[in-house]
Structures are given as structure tokens and as C-alpha cells.
Design a protein around this ligand. Sequence first.
Ligand SMILES: CC(C)(COP(=O)(O)OP(=O)(O)OC[C@H]1O[C@@H](n2cnc3c(N)ncnc32)[C@H](O)[C@@H]1OP(=O)(O)O)[C@@H](O)C(=O)NCCC(=O)NCCS
Length: 168
Amino acid sequence: MKGEHHCPGSLLAKMYMQEVFPSIKSAIMQDAEAVWVIRYHPQVSKESLNITKVSLDEHIKWFKKKYINSPQNYCFVLKKIDRVIGYARFDIQENKELLLSMAIHPEYQRKGYGSFMIQQSLSKLPQRSVITAEVKKDNLVSKKILTKYGFIYFGESGDVINLKKNYD
Ligand SMILES: CC(C)(COP(=O)(O)OP(=O)(O)OC[C@H]1O[C@@H](n2cnc3c(N)ncnc32)[C@H](O)[C@@H]1OP(=O)(O)O)[C@@H](O)C(=O)NCCC(=O)NCCS
């Protein structure tokens, strides 16, 4: 029948494109759990400066307040088909700078997705945003990515270095 194969074909093409090219989206409530799963994966937690684990219920409440109901904070997710494989959160500080926290699910690390996610998220922030990141000194991959996208060293404390990206 005429046109019978049109929809499945274009759906397949769409799925293929999304498989090959994951995309960045602003996070929605349905992404909260996946963000929590990635955040507390042992390989991600070990790079975190905050060791307190919050329950999924607490996280969901916090996520809603922080990213869904507040326009000042930003959370972007990297999606492959419909799976969230990474996140980049930018939290407003008292001095108006945005503090970055990012992670890629360990199954998907070292494939260029972290770099893509940061590059895309930075382009979606308001112009003239100043962004900071606090990274453990031995976190070479994060330092490499952030430096690549214009972050520079601006101080350190203990085993943590502070990086900052000013607007151009
Ligand atoms: C940091 C993180 C988001 C990077 O994501 P990713 O998808 O693995 O990163 P990419 O594949 O895009 O890039 C990795 C870069 O580091 C390089 N790299 C990989 N292993 C490395 C190593 N052991 N030492 C130095 N550089 C390394 C890669 O060559 C690549 O650089 P290139 O683009 O110049 O080739 C991810 O590793 C992660 O979630 N880590 C745990 C959480 C974390 O550390 N968050 C940062 C705190 S804000």
C-alpha cells in the first residue's frame, strides 16, 4: 500500500540519528531519577566533593524546586534515544556566578560525550554568564574538558582546584 512504509522508515531514521548523535535538552521532572542514578554511581561519586547521599524522594523534591521551579538554575541532560546518559547542572551562587556540576554515566564515558555536553550547555546559558567549577586536583579528564572550553585556574584549596569561565 502506498505510504505504508513511510512512517516506520522515518522513525527508524530518527532513532538512528539520535543513537549516533545524542542531544542536549533542558531537564524535565521525568529526568530527575536518571540524574540521581548517575550522580550516585560509585565512579561518579568518587569525584564529588559532597559525600552525603540523599534519598531518591529527597532528590526529586530538591530537583523540582531547584531546576523546574527556579529560572535561575539550569540543568541540561544529554539524551541518547530516550535514555539520559549525562547531566550538566549550573547552580546560581550568592555572587551570581553559576557553579557547574557535570557527569556522564560511566558506561558512556571517554567517547566524547562529556565534551559535547559541555560545549552545548555553555551555548544555551544566558550571555555574560560567569561559570565556576570545583574539581579534584587528580580529576584530569574534567580539567582537560573544562580547559578546552575556556575555563582557567583561579585558585585552589586542599585537593580541589577552582576553575572559572568569564564571558568574552
Ligand atoms: C568528566 C566527565 C563528565 C567527562 O566525560 P567524558 O564523556 O568521559 O569525556 P570526553 O570523552 O568528552 O573527554 C575526555 C577527554 O579527556 C581525555 N582523557 C581521557 N582519559 C584521560 C586521562 N586519564 N587523563 C587525561 N585525559 C584523559 C580524553 O582524551 C578527552 O580529551 P580530548 O577530547 O582532547 O581527546 C566524566 O568523566 C564524568 O562523569 N566523570 C565523573 C564526574 C566528574 O568528574 N565530574 C566533574 C566534576 S564537576
